[in-house]
Design a protein around this ligand. Sequence first.
Ligand code: ZN
Length: 198
Amino acid sequence: MGMFDTIYVKTPLICPACGAGVRSLQTKEFDCTMAHFKIGSVLSGSSVMTGIVKETLWCDACSKTRRESGDKADPPPEPPVYLVIWHSILAGVEQDLAKAEARLAAVDRLDLIGWLDEAQREAARWRRHHHSLHHDVQRWHEYLARAAAPEPEATGELAEKRRAFQRLFDLPQEILTAPDPLAAILTANKHADEEADD
Ligand SMILES: [Zn+2]
């Protein structure tokens, strides 16, 4: 099979044979580093700076139907899909050549601003999620270090205040008292990751 890159589209492409929506396609046109691209991505390794690259659409649903029916005949040719490339940026993915040509002709500064805006939002989202996970793991690490080398239990108002202050920065009790706190941390941060992958 070898290496390839994957292009994801927000609006599903439609398989002309069965009507199934196709959300991604694999391509060997670029660097083949298992990279994920979407509209607005800079296509590293594209030999086409500005133009249209013809790819094929692979439909999982059609392939599954063929497998299940035991159809041994050669599969029908895969339908074409056109990658619109503008100054090495993926500007569109179209199933109709005329639409791809129109898209290429219509790229303008507003598209650039839109892509930049989206890239910045995505970077900020990933930063937030990384920070949140890192922060939780760090607090768990500190908690373990304190538990491994407990300080002599001081008494008095000042010591109690200090402990109360410390608790403000601790992980929530439901994580600290969970049967598997590390799993609880991963679960708490999982939803954030899923959003970021969207
Ligand atoms: Zn299909």
